[in-house]
Ligand binder design. Structure first.
Ligand code: ADP
Ligand code: MG
Length: 325
């Protein structure tokens, strides 16, 4: 069982940032409005994600760290509103680290803690805490030393963690996110108001005020697919490709087809070694897109890739054209 979990971990947990992504998604799924992240050693020594979400009831704590146990499956596979649905993250993390889950639901007199060290279970036992969940991951990959060798410097891993948090934070402006630790510059994203004003405020928090000032709003619709967001003007470009943010039905994705479409839209106005800054939200019938392609859930498969590409290229070019670029 531990071996199976370690193999799964090989696919889902590539580096500290993947752990943070999974733990933050769990906090979001639990309805948290405040998520605090602490890291040490670029997340290799410590990752702690605390949330004020629903918590895990005592009798589900052992299940939560067991393989393929999820509280989130609906009978319609297309109707996946939660970010998690495989029940793979916690057992995978627990098989390659020292994982501690502390959790308290509002109705309980105390919290409970369960530990998984290299796949070995300990607990649950009572622990004093406020409502919510504290997931703590120490010594990531201590159980699989070969993987440790692939880790980058503390600085590089810490910055990958910030990127993951920023990426997901844009999709959830009503949630306050903070990251702190001796290995990094702290980040604190205050919760914003609702609607498109809140969304714009969160985008400014993440990308800087200069971005909305140097971007054109996009809002287009084709055959039931809605595209909205902001396309940076060509003069506002970057040397690295991490400045492109895409969301499909509110879920952050990193998808080659979408990157390709963005590149295509800017091909005539930005040189190949520079990258436009773009935030795109695609919304469509969940039956027309499969987000279940990759274990890390970052790729998507559209029923009609040509439609999506055409929509992105057309909408960005039109926006740039209208503003005389
Ligand atoms: P998944 O998210 O795919 O369901 P995970 O392994 O990430 O699988 O988590 C297993 C289960 O543990 C979740 O389905 C959920 O019930 C519970 N859980 C994990 N983290 C939290 C959290 N921060 N708050 C509340 N419940 C959680
Ligand atoms: Mg999960």
């Amino acid at each position: 069982e531990t071996i199976i979990n370690q193999i799964a971990a090989g696919e889902v947990i590539e580096r500290p940032a993947s752990v943070v992504k999974e733990l933050v998604e769990n906090a979001i799924d639990a309805g948290a409005t405040h998520i605090d992240i602490v890291t040490a050693g670029g997340g290799k020594n410590l990752i702690r994600v605390s949330d004020n979400g629903s918590g895990i009831p005592f009798d589900e704590l052992t299940l939560a760290v067991a393989r393929h146990c999820t509280s989130k499956l609906t009978d319609n596979v297309h109707d996946i509103r939660a970010l998690g649905f495989r029940g793979e993250a916690l057992p995978s993390i627990g098989s390659v680290s020292r994982l501690s889950m502390k959790s308290r639901i509002a109705e309980a007199d105390s919290g409970f803690e369960i530990n998984v060290h290299g796949g070995r279970l300990e607990g649950p036992r009572p622990t004093p805490m406020n409502g919510g969940t504290i997931a703590e991951v120490r010594d990531l990959f201590f159980a699989t030393p070969a993987r440790l060798k692939f880790m980058k410097t503390d600085r590089a891993e810490a910055s990958a963690i910030s990127d993951v948090v920023k990426r997901v934070a844009i999709a959830f402006p009503h949630i306050r996110f903070s990251i702190a630790g001796s290995d990094r510059t702290p980040l604190d994203l205050a919760a914003t108001g609702a609607g498109s004003a809140g969304m714009l405020e969160r985008i400014s928090q993440v990308l800087g005020k200069e971005f909305p000032e140097n971007a054109i709003a996009i809002d287009a619709m084709r055959d039931g697919v809605r595209l909205s967001g902001f396309a940076g003007i060509p003069a506002f470009n970057r040397a690295n490709s991490l400045q492109q943010f895409a969301y499909v039905n509110g879920r952050p994705v990193r998808d080659k087809q979408i990157w390709g479409a963005i590149r295509g839209a800017y091909a005539d106005v930005i040189s190949r070694d520079r990258h436009p800054v773009v935030v795109l939200f695609l919304n469509l019938d969940p039956a027309l897109v499969d987000v279940n392609v990759h274990p890390a859930k970052a790729d998507v498969r559209f029923r009609d890739p040509g439609l999506v590409r055409g929509l992105i290229v057309g909408a960005i070019r039109e926006a740039l054209g209208q503003s005389g670029i």
